[in-house]
Design a binder for this molecule. Sequence first.
Ligand code: FES
Length: 125
Amino acid sequence: MSEPIPADRPRVWKTPPNVALCAEEDIAEPGARSFVLQIGEAYFHGFVVRKDGAVAGYVDRCPHAGNPLAIELDRYLTPDGSLILCAWHGAAFEPLTGLCVAGPCAGGRLTPWPVKAEGGVIRTA
Ligand code: FES
């Protein structure tokens, strides 16, 4: 049986560079995937989007009310893959820039999480 996750566990908002996350092909195109990295005693929550031959990463925290965006695991994009959608109050973001184009935080931005794809592997940058 696994331990419950403490609600007050410490969070960090950046990661060290060159941490291998997954194979590029592990994320659909277009698609997205959630990542949680343990860094010392703290945790980083982010997600990576693949679209139009590019990858982009973001901290999993909506600029509207600070919630993680996806209610279902890895479900960050709209069904047609054209936008990132926050499941809480409907904020929509451009997948490769993080700019909020609709919803309660229009004009705001997701916090970038630098990532790169090299040799078929997605890593932190
Ligand atoms: S928390 Fe994302 S739209 Fe409200």
